[in-house]
Design a binder for this molecule. Structure first.
Ligand code: GLY
Length: 420
């Protein structure tokens, strides 16, 4: 990536031979985060000679993300079309994980544990009721529980919890382990890694033809995939009207450790909307407890701030008072790649030879399986699968295009308020 801040000066490793020269491939993926890796893995499985350029494959937002697979609990108004893609990916997760763990020989920390979204006061409860009504109108599985029922499921919850939504289909995976397993699976599938920054895209006669690394190495490829998260919007060499409109949205997260004596602390992901802020606690089987996350429009800033950490701990403590006993092991900030409609950009760009797989915003971990599949299909066949068509990058192109059809949400009366 050609970016203004400090770059590593890694070396290029691995070469492949083929019709396009000693550093050529059928597919070059720029960006080795989980989206780029899933794309490369699936493309290599289809017999395409595939390379990935990234100074640190498996790095990026996956090193920070909590790994919630929250298609139902993170449903938002106006995101019905995205919901379809989120659900398609959630459905693929068990088989994707089984295959990835078998291919890599590594555990990904996938946990089919479900999620409990709770409310702490009357406003939070009204907000959760609205979410429940939207979920029901969208045909999703979500069950309203009283405060007492919530605490029966999760005894560490604060006594003041006023009610909640039990969503048994929203699971979790450990994004760090997922990324490591994808690197191994890619290596075993024959993907070549160039461990360096990409300086710029190569374009010859209005066609993407590869990329140039920071050390000057030229990589040739028949097709290039730009999958560099938030950095995708600033790769040199990409024509202005083709650059994806993605921006970074900062998220700060904490990691706590649950000592053996306290286990099981929480048995599923617990989340809440506390006075206008989202907070979630994601308990891993290995004792890690991830607490997230802020959402801040601060450009490329990744500073961990006292205010960010304080706000997360304050809200998490209101929800689960016992967290104050736990060791605080890590604080971290990452950047979500956000597009103007919060949905990803998948498939061919307006520049022949260049595809995009970016803009996954809050759903990068969830959308990894479906992204790998649809990108490999379009790379191998030239056809973008049906489920990815609403997410074509061309919806943001300056030339007039058909508006993205939004699926209507069936209307139904909001259910009567029930006592907590
Ligand atoms: N999906 C969780 C987050 O973006 O914080």
């Amino acid at each position: 990536m050609h970016v203004s801040h400090t770059r590593s000066t890694g070396t290029t490793t691995g070469t492949i031979t083929g019709t396009t020269g000693p550093t050529g491939s059928d597919v070059l993926v720029i960006g080795g985060g989980i989206i780029g890796l899933a794309t490369a893995w699936r493309a290599a499985q289809r017999g395409l000679r595939t390379a990935v350029a990234d100074p640190e494959p498996g790095g990026g937002a996956a090193q920070v993300a909590a790994g919630m697979l929250a298609a139902v609990t993170e449903l938002h108004y106006g995101e019905q079309t995205l919901l379809g893609l989120n659900l398609a990916s959630a459905e693929r997760y068990p088989a994707f994980i089984a295959e990835l763990e078998a291919e890599s020989g590594q555990d990904t920390g996938y946990r089919a544990c479900g999620t409990l979204a709770v409310a702490l006061d009357a406003d939070d409860r009204a907000h959760l009721r609205e979410l429940h009504a939207l979920q029901r109108r969208s045909g999703l599985d979500s069950q309203w529980l009283t405060g007492r029922e919530c605490r029966r499921l999760e005894p560490m919850l604060a006594p003041g919890v006023r009610g909640g939504l039990r969503v048994d289909g929203d699971h979790q995976v450990d994004p760090r382990r997922l990324a490591a397993a994808l690197v191994t699976a890619c290596e075993r599938a024959g993907v070549v890694f160039h461990r360096d920054w990409v300086d710029r895209l190569s374009v010859v006669r209005d066609r993407a033809t590869g990329a140039v690394l920071a050390d000057g190495t030229e990589l040739a490829a028949d097709q290039v995939v730009l999958a560099a998260g938030s950095l995708s919007g600033r790769l040199a060499g990409v024509p202005d009207d083709v650059l994806p409109p993605v921006r970074p949205v900062k998220g700060q997260l904490l990691r706590l450790t649950v000592p053996g004596a306290y286990a099981p602390f929480l048995s599923r992901t617990v989340r809440a909307f506390v006075r206008g802020s989202h907070v979630y606690l994601v308990p891993r089987e290995n004792g890690e407890l991830v607490v997230g996350a802020t959402s801040e429009e601060l450009g490329w800033d990744t500073t961990v701030t006292a205010g960010g950490v304080y706000g997360l701990l304050r809200d998490a403590h209101e929800l689960v008072p016992g967290i104050t006993e736990l060791p605080l092991t890590e604080t971290r900030a990452g950047l979500r790649p956000c597009s103007p409609d919060n949905a990803p950009l998948l498939g061919p760009s307006a520049l022949p030879g260049l595809h995009l797989a970016t803009g996954h915003y809050r759903n990068g971990v969830l959308l990894t399986p479906v992204t790998g599949d649809v990108m490999a299909t379009v790379l191998a066949t030239g056809e973008l699968p049906e489920e990815a068509r609403p997410f074509t990058p061309r919806r943001f192109s300056p030339v007039p295009h058909e508006p993205v059809p939004q699926e209507p949400v069936p209307q139904e009366p909001v259910p009567q308020e029930q006592p907590a």
